[in-house]
Design a protein around this ligand. Sequence first.
Ligand SMILES: Cc1cc2nc3c(=O)[nH]c(=O)nc-3n(C[C@H](O)[C@H](O)[C@H](O)COP(=O)(O)OP(=O)(O)OC[C@H]3O[C@@H](n4cnc5c(N)ncnc54)[C@H](O)[C@@H]3O)c2cc1C
Length: 393
Amino acid sequence: MPRKIKGNIPKCALKYFPRECINLKVNKLSGIKEKSFSDLMKEVITPGLCPVCGTCIAVCPYNALILREESFKRSELHELEITRDIYKSIEDLCEQCGFCYYNCPEIMFSLEKAEEEEFGTVAKDELGHVQKAYMAQAADKKILKNAQCGGVATALLKYTMENELVDAAVGVTSTEHPGWKPKPTVITEPKDLHKFQKTKYTPAATVIGVTSALYERVRSKIAVVATPCQVRGIWTTNISPKGYSKIFQSIKLIIGLFCYGTYSYNDLFVKFLTKKHGITPLSVNKIDLDTEKMRVYVNNELKLEVHRHQLHKYLRKSCSDCRDFTNRLADVSLGGVGSPEKWTTVLIRTERGKKIFENAVKEGYVKAKPLSDRGLEKVKGLARLKLKEGITD
Ligand SMILES: Cc1cc2nc3c(=O)[nH]c(=O)nc-3n(C[C@H](O)[C@H](O)[C@H](O)COP(=O)(O)OP(=O)(O)OC[C@H]3O[C@@H](n4cnc5c(N)ncnc54)[C@H](O)[C@@H]3O)c2cc1C
């Protein structure tokens, strides 16, 4: 018998999933109810394996899981530390449907299955399937000026929105206070896309933005910018037998970012930058992290330069186990390594990625040149290292 919904479902949950829809999901899951949130807690969250991609929160039909701002505000708490009080309030709303568990990439994701479905074969190469490699740059001067690298992520979003290939873009903005906390955000007007720009080196629950685009903003064609763990979350909704595939199906472009790991906000911004170096998050206007150094800019001037070794102890545990540097399941993958300053390295993977990128170049949104052999070797070197050893310094 499918579970009956209790009377205390918050209105916000119904906004996301109309009642018939909740019943449908519970029906679908009624055969496999042996795993639920408490198992996710035991197997993923408590051992520190959760990358905070946001997929569990995005698929929860009861809105029992929410990204709690208050746990960010208390600086002694880490991103996904769930206190007894929080756990209790989740349990009160949880209907044990298991959706969070069966959509979690740490449990249900398989690279082989996903690559076979997307490309027909599992790539042996350290970069995954790549059709072409470029160094590229946004043609729009404002986008370029405000960019982390060459502003290609933003220029591609602008192209897809202005040409009505998508009706919403999901990415990450920074919170105003205390600054630099990644906030999953939906943008529907190209003029607002600059708000996404610049890399936040702390984890972002981007997948929440997809359900928010679907149900709060009533959009159906979405472009998303995401790190490898977030892309794995999106793909899990497609390949898990109990996946909430509407998330995957609504996405018309995945712009994947290279990633060599994230740090807890509390460690990077509170302990390291504020307490150790007297740099408050609000004063920072850019952070650059390459293979050797982290550079922090205040008022557009270099304020701090430290070797990456010094940050290693702050690396999140879930990142040290990740083996994907170049985001193997994106349509196009972007990074800084391999290209000169103010340029973005671009790996074209899928046919849809190729078409969008080439048309964005043709229509004058993006400037592109073939990536040099030396540049490509640098990308391969890091991809090989992460594939072999996870993240080491
Ligand atoms: C956590 C992290 C680590 C990275 N590490 C490396 C690395 O080691 N080597 C390398 O070559 N490149 C790395 N990158 C990619 C690089 O920093 C740039 O994001 C990429 O080159 C695109 O630059 P751009 O100028 O085209 O993007 P812009 O046009 O400036 O746009 C930046 C985009 O990044 C998104 N974004 C910012 N922070 C996050 C986040 N935490 N999670 C998800 N999306 C986010 C924004 O939504 C925006 O769409 C990393 C990115 C992230 C997010």
